[in-house]
Design a protein around this ligand. Structure first.
Ligand code: PGA
Length: 251
């Protein structure tokens, strides 16, 4: 049985104080949920404080991005060494907003995945097709390319540590969730791509989250699908009480 992982993605929202308050509230609400891993992806400026506020609880903190070098002349960037030094355990990589607005390629994302793994960070590798790609029958092709690119060159042991987040771009922030059946079918295809790359043991164990307008009303039905192992939740993760309902659905 795969354990569910419910991760929030705050994106570029909240002040530092608001972030701290939300984590304090969340850790009080979710302390009893033992059957789900809980992660919050926060803006980099908050990570150190949130790591402290969440310490000793079952709420883990993720970075939303990182640069695939340990240190050096990369103005404005944050390294895996820095993340580890403040107790961060997860990093969201290759989010569609980073692919779209910051032109991140599969090759660059692959460097980040490798660098994260080398430093003991768990990468949450985001993939997903755009609307026109789904409408023109390219869903599998696009997701397959992003998985093959993002996980290229990993050993079986490394591949086992990667969390995949399938986020159809047309469902992100739009309120248009994929139906549970549609999401399940795509998750199954993605798992097959992972099987072809790394074998059945890896693909059976890989956490594949769904993301894209997951909310308190649809989370349980989505996560009830056999190949949906949790969620990557944007808007509905900003409020601790709303997010708790989604976490409970994964517990
Ligand atoms: P959303 O975002 O839940 O607001 O659609 C999901 C994401 O982009 O991770």
């Amino acid at each position: 049985m795969r354990r569910k992982v419910v991760a929030g993605n705050w994106k570029m929202n909240k002040t530092n104080e608001e972030g701290i308050e939300t984590i304090k509230e969340l850790r009080n609400l979710v302390g009893e949920y033992k059957n789900v891993d809980i992660v919050i992806g926060a803006p980099s400026i908050m990570l150190a404080d949130l790591a402290k506020v969440s310490a000793g609880s079952n709420v883990k903190i993720a970075a939303q991005n990182m640069y695939p070098k340990d240190s050096g002349a990369f103005t404005g960037e944050i390294s895996p060494v820095m993340l580890k030094s403040i107790g961060i355990e997860y990093v969201i990589l290759g989010h569609s907003e980073r692919r779209e607005y910051f032109h991140e390629s599969d090759e660059f994302i692959n460097q980040k995945v490798k660098s994260a793994l080398a430093h003991g960070l768990t990468p949450i590798l985001c993939i997903g097709e755009k609307l026109e790609e789904r409408e023109t029958g390219k869903t599998l092709e696009v997701n397959s390319k992003q998985i093959k690119g993002g996980m290229a060159g990993l050993s079986v042991e490394e591949a086992k540590k990667v969390i995949v987040a399938y986020e159809p771009v047309w469902a992100i922030g739009t309120g248009k969730t994929a139906t549970p059946e549609m999401a399940q079918a795509t998750h199954k295809e993605i798992r097959k791509v992972i099987e072809d790359m790394f074998g059945l043991e890896v693909s059976n164990g890989t956490i594949i989250q769904y993301g894209g307008s997951m909310n308190a009303a649809n989370a349980a039905e989505l996560m009830a699908q056999p190949d949906i192992d949790g969620g990557l939740v944007g808007g509905a993760s900003l409020d601790a009480k709303v997010f708790e309902v989604i976490i409970k659905a994964g517990n």
